[in-house]
Design a protein around this ligand. Structure first.
Ligand code: M6R
Length: 606
């Protein structure tokens, strides 16, 4: 969480930094700040401007005009230690005022370090864990900044991505990383630093990805990387194909709506050339001997975990391997039975989720083979996993994940076919499944046509306090995702239940006027789900049903028809009206859809 940008070159740093922060706000938006080295006679002066609130507050600050230097660092914050305030906003300075630091992550031993600094006469003014870093750098500085930063890193426990500037080395930005992402964007006579690629995509497509416990010295025409022992490290440049335009709104009112509408194309890109009807699936996993696995774990968080639940069905049926889905934050603390006969699949849009990374490390150390399904190229999870298969959803900016989910479910189903084929399984059903997968982009496009109907239902429902989503099997899996989406952006309490469970307790909550959304796409379970919905209607519920079946029941408030597909693929289509529903409710409540309160796009703290 939190966003970092840095610039060194011949341009004025401030506009580059502010634009970078604006595109990074999905990472945190409690407070923001910049530090720029301003030339003054033969010297440089460190200027810092920061404030509580969003980047646009900072942008409106007239004093920004005075920041004319060509070297700067910037930060947008998602508060962990200390409330959102000007004092807690980054950049932070050391006591001498010579070192300015921005930091993403959490310094777990900051209290111990604070005591040490105080014992050495330092004063700490903020409530943050970050402020220890510039002061430690000052304490460790003997004229060599590389040495000071590496000494400081050896004292820090926890996670960090940091940038340091100082008038003592005005032609350099020194950066370091552990368990929090950091990339260096390469320009001509200028270089860029960012926690996430979209922040600097407008300037470059060429990047270096920082590895764990690495330090880099970034100058305008030179970048050098070092390990903790200050040995130089060679790195390859990675070209990122995303264009800056795909990180912009392109006429849509919000990123979330744009990303919902991008789904047909994103799914098409994810399928790409990996799948065709008459050939075996190609995912670059040929060297894996899938016959050695007797267990599959799918591990992820939030929406990515819901994608895993939606994929479990195809993995079990087509590959005949028992598959369990775990929340990453729970997996690592429950002593899962993992060994060399286990395949662990990790799913993550950002590739930076701390809980998922921790679970991945655990699975690897227990001998499992790890495959990750990730959207952000070069992110930490891709570098830690044995194998990575990328969703090609393009940059997802809205905090509420939409196109990443549909691409994840698509790719996981392709993976299920890949494993089944490697194990020698084939069937007419599997062949038809491929055809159904290839038809998904067009069917999702049709599902998007429900937008106006969904909006009219949302407008009537937006004053509700509680809402329930029910379905069976994969319709339940997608109900969980619909419920999460609604909570995240509309702040309405909602729950998802397996439809058959309603009568075992939750039905006590149904009273006159309560809204229940039913998902009924599986011909085998639709009638049962409809009976459960009738039970809710009898108790006064107002019901919306998302279905691809021929349902005739005039007690249902609204029926939304979506295209039919294989039941295992139906979440990719049925989620669309649920995403739109959450979106239009939040709009009706005049909420900030892209930046919901208390949330951030990548959750890089445990
Ligand atoms: O980047 P990841 O896919 O690993 O993120 C996992 C969750 O934090 C994420 O899906 C979260 O639940 C979203 N805000 C959901 O919309």
């Amino acid at each position: 969480m939190c966003g970092i940008v840095g610039y060194i070159g011949n341009k004025k740093a401030t506009p580059v930094l502010i634009n970078g922060l604006l595109s990074l706000e999905y990472r945190g938006y409690d407070s923001a700040g910049v530090a720029v080295l301003n030339p003054s006679n033969d010297n440089y002066i460190l200027n810092i401007i920061k404030d509580k609130g969003r980047v646009k507050n900072l942008e409106a600050n007239p004093e920004l005009e005075n920041l004319i230097g060509n070297v700067g660092i910037a930060h947008t914050r998602w508060a962990t230690h200390g409330m959102p305030s000007k004092g807690n906003a980054h950049p932070h300075l050391d006591n001498s005022g010579k070192f300015a630091v921005v930091h993403n992550g959490i310094i777990e031993n900051y209290l111990e370090l604070k005591n040490k600094l105080q014992d050495n006469g330092y004063k700490l003014y903020s409530e943050t864990d970050t402020e220890v870093i510039p002061n430690l750098i000052h304490m460790n500085y003997n004229g060599d900044i590389l040495e000071a930063v590496s000494k400081t890193m050896k004292e820090l426990k926890g996670s960090y991505a940091i940038e340091v500037i100082s008038p003592l080395f005005p032609d350099k930005i020194v950066i370091a990383k552990k368990d929090s992402p950091l990339v260096v964007g390469i320009g001509k006579d200028e270089n860029f630093i960012a926690s996430d690629i979209p922040a600097v995509l407008a300037h470059t497509n060429n990047f270096y990805f920082m590895d764990e416990e690495e330090i880099a010295v970034v100058e305008k025409d030179k970048i050098k990387f070092y390990n903790l022992d200050l040995q130089e490290v060679h790195k390859d440049i990675k070209n990122i194909e995303w264009d800056a335009e795909s990180s912009e709104k392109n006429g849509f009112e919000d990123y979330m709506l744009k990303e919902i509408y991008e789904q047909p194309q994103a799914i098409r890109e994810t399928i790409g050339s990996r799948l065709s009807v008459d050939k075996q699936v190609e995912l670059g996993l040929d060297e894996i001997d899938f016959s050695k696995f007797n267990k599959i774990y799918i591990v992820a968080c939030g929406t990515a975990m819901h994608a895993g639940i939606a994929a479990k069905y195809a993995l079990e049926r087509f590959c005949k391997i028992s598959t369990e889905v775990d929340m990453a934050s729970e997996f690592r603390y429950r002593n899962p039975l993992v060994d060399e006969h286990t395949l662990c699949i990790f799913i993550s849009q950002s590739g930076e989720t701390a809980d998922t990374i921790a679970a991945l490390k655990l699975a690897k150390s227990a001998g499992a083979t790890t495959i990750s399904v990730v959207n952000v190229i070069g992110s930490s999870i891709t570098r830690l996993s044995d194998y990575t298969i990328y969703t090609h959803a393009g940059p997802e900016i809205a905090v509420a994940s939409t196109k990443a989910y549909t691409c994840q479910v698509t790719l996981l189903n392709i993976l299920a076919i890949n494993i089944a084929e490697s194990l020698g399984y084939s069937s007419n059903e599997l062949n038809q499944f491929k055809v159904d997968l290839l038809e998904l982009p067009d069917k999702v496009k049709i599902a998007l046509e429900s937008a106006q109907e969904v909006k009219s239902f949302a407008d009537k429902t937006c004053t509700q306090q509680d809402l329930y989503f029910i379905g069976r099997g994969l319709d339940y899996a997608v109900s969980m995702e619909g419920s999460l989406k609604l909570k995240e952006i509309s702040y309405i309490h909602s729950e998802a239940y397996a439809a058959g469970e309603l009568k075992h307790g939750p039905i006590a909550l149904i009273e006159n006027g309560v809204t229940v959304i039913g998902v009924a796409t599986n011909p085998v379970t639709t009638e049962k789900t409809l009976s459960n919905l009738e039970e809710a209607i009898t108790r006064g519920a107002n019901v919306l049903v998302v279905t691809n079946q021929d349902i005739r029941n005039d007690k249902i408030g609204m029926l939304l028809h979506i295209p039919e597909t294989h039941p295992y693929l139906s979440p990719i289509i049925s989620v669309v009206p649920l995403q739109l529903f959450a979106y239009y409710i939040a709009k009706a409540k005049k909420l900030d859809v892209d930046k919901p309160r208390n949330l951030a796009k990548s959750v890089t703290v445990e």
